[in-house]
Design a protein around this ligand. Structure first.
Ligand code: 0L1
Ligand code: MG
Length: 263
């Protein structure tokens, strides 16, 4: 039986309050084991509407998740997922990230696509994605699942807006035609020590492929991306946990670096 509207509202408030109070919660599927992916995306959309209503945030783009084969295998799926980026998720390199409003944050190195044109339709191609992109830039996404111990099913994580919390876009913005987007190397360090290395090839072979997929998914729901939107295309390595007083730097070939400091 599909989720009743009043249950949907309760779940949205449950997720929203967990985020506002920085308190981990049990999985939604503990109570609703039959929650489908379609219902989960509807919850995610409802959560966005609730946040816009409650705190005036704005939708400013999307982020992709589960774009690497390893993560898909770990979750037992063979497709990526997407969530919404909101204006209150923007963080800056020069402003420390506060730990206290977060639950158990992790950082992921990603490539941000900054759109110069609208992009919508089930027939959008990789070439269309490149021509609609004004700049690509180095980025760090901070994920912070609201679920206890970062454990969830596919439906749970989709409903929780794919664990989104914050993101930082670095200051070097490059035209997408100027670099080989499918072959950008990256080194991730924590407190000066290399923790992981990765490549943009880990993002479904090429981040442009991942974004094309997401545009098709949005189109099937009558949605699209807008000029000015930011798209976080997916993690280039494993996510790393951080705490107060930690600093993280991701250095990308031909794309500079991006960093965060947590206070
Ligand atoms: O941005 C991401 O890749 C996160 C997707 C959700 C899975 C997770 O929280 O690890
Ligand atoms: Mg991510």
């Amino acid at each position: 039986m599909p989720l009743m509207k009043n249950k949907e509202k309760d779940i949205i408030k449950f997720l929203y309050n967990a985020e506002c109070n920085a308190q981990e919660i049990v999985k939604i599927t503990d109570q609703y084991p039959k929650l489908t992916v379609k219902e989960a995306y509807s919850l995610q959309h409802g959560l966005l509407a609730h946040k816009i209503y409650e705190n005036g945030t704005k939708r400013i783009g999307i982020k992709l998740g589960l774009t690497s084969k390893e993560k898909q295998k770990m979750m037992g799926v063979n497709e990526a997922i997407y969530g919404y980026l909101h204006s209150d998720m923007i963080a800056y390199e020069w402003e420390p990230i506060e730990y206290s409003p977060l639950i158990h944050p992790k950082a992921e190195p990603e490539i941000a696509f900054l759109l110069g044109e609208d992009l919508q339709g089930e027939d959008v191609t990789a070439r269309d994605v490149i021509s609609a992109t004004k700049y690509v830039a180095p980025a760090l996404e901070i994920i912070d699942s609201r679920f206890k111990d970062f454990r969830f099913t596919l439906a749970d994580v989709i409903a929780d807006n794919c664990s989104s919390a914050k993101f930082i876009v670095g200051s070097r913005w490059v035209s997408p035609g100027a670099i080989d987007l499918g072959n950008i190397g990256m080194v991730l360090s924590k407190n000066g020590k290399v923790i992981a290395t990765g490549s943009s090839a880990a993002v479904l072979g090429n981040p442009v492929t991942a974004i094309t997929w997401a545009v098709h998914q949005l189109a099937s729901k009558g949605e699209g991306l807008k000029k000015g939107d930011v798209v976080l295309s997916g993690a280039m390595s494993k996510a790393i946990a951080f705490n107060s007083n930690d600093s993280i730097v991701a250095q990308f070939n031909n794309l500079g670096s991006v960093s965060l400091y947590c206070e």
